[in-house]
Design a binder for this molecule. Structure first.
Ligand code: GLC
Length: 668
């Protein structure tokens, strides 16, 4: 094997020769084509990297440091993963395709009890039955002892939680999943570490180097100045954004819980550490990294300290590092922020195509629940209709529920545009979903009531929020035939609401992600508070263990509520996979339907339009023929892709939609 001279590899022109030599020394044992590839990729992404590091005083120095980390990770990357890198480079739209469906779960709540990571593989058949090709396993790296915010307080990024297994088990699981066509997604908690993380421990022990990994203040002067403009994430159980630490002898920044210490990203050492963690996880076979709480990384006095421009710059730099060493890896931004801010996480302006590939569509989720409560699509159509365009190389994560609560992110200006008062509607939604509102069938729980803003977020499973629990209770309590019939209608409606919500997220474009349990209409876990460290956090109500008995029941009894939901979900994924219209590169246009009881999403793909119509009410609705023609669809020349048949046409040519019916109109 020949050792190449610095001239033979095409490094970026700006990379000093000493840096080239250091990189080549790291790569020295690799075959020539591998070294060539690394240099080519470095040259390709160098500008992105350097530009992204602009927040630091010496960007080029940081770039050189991080490239050495990338070279080492590249050198150590498995053959199979190198191959995956090549495959993904040949199909860069792999995550945008209509056949991609996600599923999110806690490993220990998905796998058979006590079986750890290995047991997750036992659920592959179930996942494949749902069309799943992407699995997000909730935090599983070693956290601090409980409480640890469901694992979001990481004490060691390089170890798996002992009760789940080892890093070797994680690698094996990633390989098994990949073999089955499922990409593994893991959280990268990069805004904070646990108070018990070695960096925080060293800081507490007085190590100055590590103290600079955190935002520490000797007294309240600076914290108070920041607090003037900072919101509170957990006003109930973690008020304020700073925590006094005796050992540290200072106030440390803790946006979330007092034991989650925010990292000081203005310190380039922190950047290099986290870049190295990304490379490490990439080499375990993780394909998607969920950038947890990414909005909070950069702090600026006088602001809410979210969505600062540096966040996007640093993400761009991290993305460049990953692209150099492990291009199979993509990023998913968890930024639960407003429409004008969230689009930046997918890359706007000079970050176009250079930051995260995926981002949660929180607004869509909120709007679906809002429409189901109000039976009116006007606010949602207005709010979603004004969403700025996102790059055609990215995709939304669409979802109905996840492990978190629902915050009523209804914008005041959107609301007043349709003659609704924002605060009033938000209050209505909280009251509706907590079941307080007269006639509401929902059984959610109020999470983090903030008396200062009167915000009341909501916890609860999709089925419970859709009213399945109360409907089943009514069925059980019914004592005559009429009562049974009435209650059965309520059950039907609840099932239909869950399926309608899932139809919207499958028909929007992007990756629909099923929250574990939703596929079998799991209700709230009544015993959520029995685990002492969960008792003050009712988000655990909608994080139950996957009830395998119920999965089996759903399979065996397709007429039961879980059975109907499971069959419906399967069907959605199956149909979706065959519709090129749903490729994420095509934007979703939310269009105003003549009937506010119908929510409409149009996708203009070169193969033809797909019009998703969703009856968000419990009464039948009609869509006039003239309106469909205006959108380029002649009713009598379309089929409903969801069932393969022509839509139900009325005598005047309008399309009939039954209670909560979704329709995906396409040209046959
Ligand atoms: C994200 C997670 C949430 C967690 C928080 C802090 O928002 O989704 O569950 O509490 O980050 O890590």
């Amino acid at each position: 094997m020949s050792t190449p001279s610095p001239q033979t590899l095409s490094w970026p022109a700006a990379l000093p020769s000493a840096a080239r030599t250091r990189l080549e020394n790291i790569l020295v044992g690799l075959p020539e084509h591998r070294r060539t590839t690394f240099a080519l990729r470095t040259a390709r992404w160098w500008d992105d990297l350097l530009e992204g590091l602009a927040p630091y005083p010496q960007p080029a120095d940081v770039a050189e440091r991080v490239l050495e980390l990338a070279a080492a990770a590249y050198r150590d990357r498995d053959e199979e993963l190198h191959l995956l890198d090549e495959r993904r480079s040949l199909e860069p739209d792999w995550f945008q395709r209509p056949g991609v469906v996600g599923y999110a779960a806690y490993a220990e709540r998905l796998a058979p009890e006590g079986s750890g990571l290995a047991g997750v593989a036992d659920r592959v058949d179930h996942l494949k039955d749902l069309g799943v090709t992407y699995l997000h396993l909730m935090p599983l790296l070693r956290p601090r002892p409980a409480p640890n915010d469901g694992g979001y307080a990481v004490a060691d990024y390089r170890q798996v939680r002992a009760d789940l297994g080892t890093m070797a088990d994680l690698r094996e699981l990633a390989t098994t999943l990949r073999g089955e066509g499922i990409s593994l997604c893991l959280d990268l908690v990069l805004n904070h570490v646990a108070r018990e993380h070695p960096w925080a421990e060293a800081a507490r022990a007085g190590d100055e180097h590590y103290r600079r990994y955190f935002h520490v203040y000797p007294d309240r002067t600076v914290p108070d100045a920041y607090e003037r403009t900072l919101p509170e994430v957990f006003p109930d159980f973690a008020p304020g954004n700073f925590t006094w630490d005796e050992e540290l002898e200072g106030w440390v920044w803790t946006t979330f819980n007092s034991y989650q210490w925010d990292l000081a990203w203005e310190n380039p050492d922190v950047f290099c550490e986290l870049a190295d963690v990304i490379l490490f996880l990439a080499n375990q076979g993780v394909e998607v990294l969920r950038l947890d709480a990414i909005a909070f990384l950069w702090k600026r006095m006088g602001t809410v300290c979210q969505n600062e421009p540096e966040v996007h710059q640093l993400t761009q730099a991290l993305r460049a590092v990953a692209r150099i060493a492990a291009p199979a890896v993509i990023f998913k931004a968890e930024a639960i922020v407003g429409p004008n801010e969230v689009v930046h996480y997918l890359g706007q302006g000079r970050h176009h195509g250079k930051v995260s590939d995926l981002a949660y569509h929180n607004s869509l989720m909120v709007q679906i629940w809002s429409m189901l409560a109000s039976r009116d699509s006007r606010l949602s159509t207005h709010a979603l209709g004004r969403f700025p365009a996102v790059p055609s190389t990215t995709a939304w994560i669409t979802y109905l529920r996840c492990h978190d609560d629902i915050g009523w992110a209804i914008d005041d200006a959107d609301a007043s545009a349709v003659m609704v008062q924002g605060w009033r509607h938000r209050r209505f939604l909280s009251e509706y979903y907590s079941g307080e509102f007269d006639g509401s069938p929902a059984e959610g729980l109020v999470f983090q009531h903030n008396p200062a803003t009167d915000d009341k977020r909501i916890s609860g499973s999709a089925a419970s929020l859709a009213g399945l629990g109360s409907a089943l209770a009514a069925l059980e309590a019914a004592f005559d035939e009429v009562g049974v019939e009435e209650a059965a209608v309520l059950v039907d409606r609840a099932v239909a609401r869950v399926l309608l919500g899932y139809a919207v997220i499958h028909g929007f474009g992007g990756i629909p992600v099923i929250w574990s349990g939703d596929e079998i209409a799991a209700l709230n876990d009544d015993a959520w508070a029995d685990t002492p460290e969960h008792a003050d956090d009712n988000r655990w109500a909608h994080r139950p263990r996957l009830d395998w008995g119920r999965v089996l029941q759903a399979r065996e009894d397709p007429g039961s509520a879980p059975g109907r939901v499971l069959a419906g979900m399967r069907q959605l994924a199956h149909v979706r996979a065959g519709l090129p219209h749903l490729h994420a590169s095509v934007p979703a246009e939310v269009v105003a339907s003549p009937d506010p009881g119908i929510f409409a999403v149009l996708r203009r793909h070169p193969v033809g339009p797909l019009l998703g119509l969703y009856n968000i009410t419990e009464t039948p609705r009609q869509v006039p023929a003239w309106w469909l023609s205006e959108l380029g669809l002649a009713p009598e020349q379309t089929i409903d892709a969801l069932n393969g048949y022509p839509p139900n046409l009325e005598a005047d040519g309008s399309i009939y939609l039954s209670t909560y019916q979704p329709v995906w109109l396409v040209r046959p």
